[in-house]
Design a binder for this molecule. Structure first.
Ligand code: ADP
Ligand code: MG
Ligand code: MG
Length: 239
């Protein structure tokens, strides 16, 4: 289990997260849902332990072990992965190389081909393409999704996985979430769109850096739909 315990996060100017406690239990699929600026990506960065993202207070625990001060690399080795809202570029590296290098062991070519097909990229075209600016944002996102299929991380944080890609990709993202659940991983979808949360079972509604409510995803989606723009005064009672 991955746990955030009373996490707050302040920069010099601003309190971004206030007393956030979250639990991600294997066997479930999670959504962190909230409007733009709620603090969702910041939660993802803190879980991953990116530079500059150390909680001001609180702890992050993985199977009871305190990882609050662990490096990104250590967390990655422990099986935590973040798929960025803005996908990365690696100038001068082909997709084939990028996908070969991702996991603990180099991926086999046949597995890479299978992963590319899964995300709707024709291997004949894409194996030799470069992970650089010649790929569209959507194509890069698909390459990252393919890398998740190959690495099989325990906890996969997908930050706005649908941003910048076409409509068809929603199906691909759902397939990937199913795939993660099937190999025993725990998908965590960060989103501001309720459609993206339908394929999860437990939700946390994030508003202005706080958890407004959590529970079965349908309840959380209803609360999200009914909460006001600023999210401070939801129109329905919080259970
Ligand atoms: P979301 O992903 O839900 O859209 P973010 O986590 O990106 O929200 O941001 C939450 C809030 O914190 C926003 O108001 C954003 O402008 C602010 N913010 C994020 N990072 C920083 C930072 N490093 N310094 C100051 N403000 C920040
Ligand atoms: Mg945002
Ligand atoms: Mg964000």
């Amino acid at each position: 289990m991955l746990e955030l315990e009373n996490i707050s996060y302040k920069t010099q100017e601003k309190t971004i997260l206030k007393d956030i406690s979250l639990k991600f239990i294997p066997g479930h699929r999670y959504a962190l849902i909230g409007t733009n600026g709620a603090g969702k990506s910041t939660i993802g960065y803190l879980i991953m332990g990116l530079d500059g993202y150390k909680p001001t207070t609180g702890r992050i625990l993985l199977d009871g072990k305190d990882i609050t001060n662990s490096s990104v690399t250590e967390r990655a080795k422990l099986g935590i992965t973040l798929m960025w809202q803005e996908p990365a570029r690696f100038d001068g590296m082909t997709i084939e190389t990028y996908l070969t290098l991702g996991g603990k062991l180099p991926a086999q070519k046949s597995e890479i081909i299978e992963a590319l097909e899964f995300v709707g990229l024709n291997p004949n075209i894409y194996l030799k393409r470069f992970v650089d600016k010649t790929l569209s944002g959507g194509e890069r996102k698909r390459v990252e999704l393919a890398s998740i299929l190959l690495i099989k991380p325990k906890y996969v944080i997908l930050d706005e996985p649908d941003s910048g890609i076409d409509l068809m990709s929603l199906n691909i993202i759902n397939d990937i979430v199913n795939y993660i659940a099937q190999y025993g991983g725990t998908p965590i979808i960060i989103t501001h769109r309720e459609e993206m949360a339908y394929n999860t079972d437990y939700g946390y509604l994030i508003c202005s850096g706080k958890i407004l409510m959590h529970g079965p995803i349908n309840n959380v989606i209803t609360a999200f739909r009914n909460s006001c723009e600023a999210c401070n005064h939801p129109n329905i009672p919080i259970p």
